[in-house]
Write a protein that binds this ligand. Structure first.
Ligand code: NDP
Length: 493
């Protein structure tokens, strides 16, 4: 029995205007479990019109920032109430572990509480200008309609990173989730009405990026596009937004180095290497997919990481005992398997995995065994391109300078890990690494309070932390003439 989910437009649940649907399948058993409205450009136009009207007229436009903050905090409480249901929907959509999804969804209220609190603390300034007869001040105003485009790996978390900040700033939104994982997003959007948000503040369209993406991004009533996804799509979004000179923030991919020095606590470093790559079956933008290991401990670390990874329990993501779940889509699994073949052909040495598992209970799901390659050099494709799967490349380095050179030799700059017991080395490395986030003796720490985003081709802009709200504001400067009268404009002073 398939479940049908509906979009929200102008506060009402709606199917697509054409009445068409598309299927969504569960990655664990490959079976269709839900149907999602298949939207076209007419649906895009309706959703944007709704967001535009809500931005310009009606209760949202005149609401105080404190009232907006209260709505956001109420929404956070509703998410906490429904966390289990939302997490279950995410698992059915993307196949990630229930334990991980539940943890993520239970953390979401923090974002709505944090940014709800920030809403009425957006302060302008009085400017000490060099014109004594003038009084001037700045204020920070919302942009207007923001389109949020999200990927399939952590749909609600990555949507929340945009939505909490943009709503706190006073914008309205049109959301396009990945067509692979729309169900949890649509169930979540139904909570806005209950929280008391005015109709039209948050709207959604579901469907395929290649069909409705350009219409959304290029719509003349859209002021900003906030995107998370792959770098190729990010480029298309950037180009589309450029036609209307729109604001854009992009959270893109990575090929993050996780660097183990020979002075590291190797027990910790091995655990950090494993969680860096095998969490979410490697389908995370921050995956530490390049494990750089100092030559003097290279063999030992390679053996220990391989032995640890070999203990991973693959299985049903809903079961608490499962440690590695399936890949989210069949084409993505094929892409991962193709990269494994590329790595073998390039001469990388396969230490573990490298294929789909043979166990009968995993046959219907889209699994790939945790895979480790040694003797990888940084010019191989497996070290340069984002695989987005459970595939680790171990690359040797000689010394600190060599580690920095290899780590930064990538088009990406999302994150990096450093394992060392030397504080001086840790700080030197944090300075030298070209990445938006650097972790020392840990990996994957993120917080609502800490800015996140990429350098180089990993993105533009920052999410989370106080500066995130600035991404959804524009500054206005106001001048008031305090002088008695206005001078003759033809007389230069
Ligand atoms: P994609 O880039 O394929 O898709 C992302 C979103 O863009 C989807 O909603 C997709 O819709 C949509 N889209 C596709 N084509 C267009 C278009 N022409 N115009 C507008 N929108 C379009 O990424 P994936 O969903 O495959 O997600 C994986 C990627 O996301 C990885 O590269 C990963 O690194 C990155 N990512 C980055 C994060 C970060 O914070 N930096 C965090 C998590 C993931 P549809 O699905 O219908 O095609």
């Amino acid at each position: 029995m398939t479940e049908r989910f509906l979009n929200i437009v102008n506060g009402a649940p709606v199917a697509s205007g054409s009445g068409h649907w598309f299927d969504s399948a569960n990655p664990y058993d490959g079976k269709v479990w839900s149907q999602i409205p298949h939207c076209d450009t007419a649906d895009v136009n309706a959703a944007v019109a709704s967001a535009h009207a809500a931005y310009n007229t009606g209760p949202w436009a005149t609401m105080t920032a404190t009232q907006r903050g209260k709505l956001l905090r109420r929404l956070g409480d509703l998410i906490a109430r429904d966390a289990e249901k939302l997490a279950q929907l995410e698992v059915r959509d993307n196949g990630k572990l229930y334990a991980e999804m539940l943890g993520q969804v239970k953390y979401l209220p923090e974002y709505y509480h944090y940014f709800g609190g920030l809403a009425d603390k957006i302060e302008g300034s009085v400017l000490p200008t060099d014109k004594p007869e003038m009084f001037s001040y700045t204020k920070h105003e919302p942009l207007g309609v923001v389109v949020c485009i999200t990927p399939w790996n952590s749909p609600l978390l990555l949507l929340t990173w945009k939505l909490a900040a943009l709503l706190a700033a006073g914008n309205t939104a049109v959301i396009k989730p990945s067509e692979i994982t729309s169900a949890a997003t649509l169930a979540f959007l139904a909570l806005f009405k209950e929280a008391g948000f005015p109709d039209g503040v948050v709207n959604s369209v579901t469907g395929f990026g290649h069909e409705i993406g350009a219409a959304l991004v290029e719509h003349p009533q859209v002021a900003k596009v906030a995107f998370t996804g792959g770098d190729a799509t990010g480029r298309a979004v950037y180009q589309g937004a450029a036609k209307g000179l729109k604001h854009v923030s992009l959270e893109l991919g990575g090929k993050s180095p996780n660097i183990i020095f020979d002075d590291a606590n190797l027990d910790d470093a091995v655990k950090g290497a494993i969680s860096g790559i095998f969490a979410a079956s490697g389908q995370t933008c921050i995956a530490g997919s390049r494990l750089l290991v100092q030559r003097s401990v290279y063999d030992e670390v390679s053996e220990r990481v391989t032995a640890f990874a070999a203990t991973a329990q693959l299985g049903d993501p809903m079961q608490a005992s499962t440690q590695v779940g399936p890949i989210t889509t069949r084409p993505q699994r094929q892409k991962v398997l193709d990269y494994i073949e590329i790595a073998k052909n390039e001469g990388a040495r396969c230490l573990l995995g490298g294929k789909t598992p043979e166990a009968a209970d995993l046959a219907e799901g889209w699994f790939v065994e945790p895979t480790i390659f040694a003797d990888v050099s940084n010019d191989m494709r497996i070290a340069r391109e984002e695989v987005f799967g459970p595939v680790l490349s171990i690359i040797p380095f000689e010394d600190e300078a060599d580690a920095i050179r290899i780590a930064n030799d990538t088009i990406y700059g999302l994150a990096a890990g450093v394992w060392t017991t030397s504080m001086r080395r840790a700080i030197r490395m944090a300075d030298a690494l070209k990445a938006g986030t650097v972790w020392v003796n840990t990996y994957r720490a993120v917080s609502v309070m800490a800015p996140f985003g990429g350098m180089k081709q990993s993105g533009i802009g920052r999410e989370n932390g106080q500066e995130a709200i600035r991404e959804f504001l524009q500054t206005k400067c106001v001048w008031l003439n305090l002088a008695d009268g206005v001078p003759n404009p033809f007389v230069m002073r």
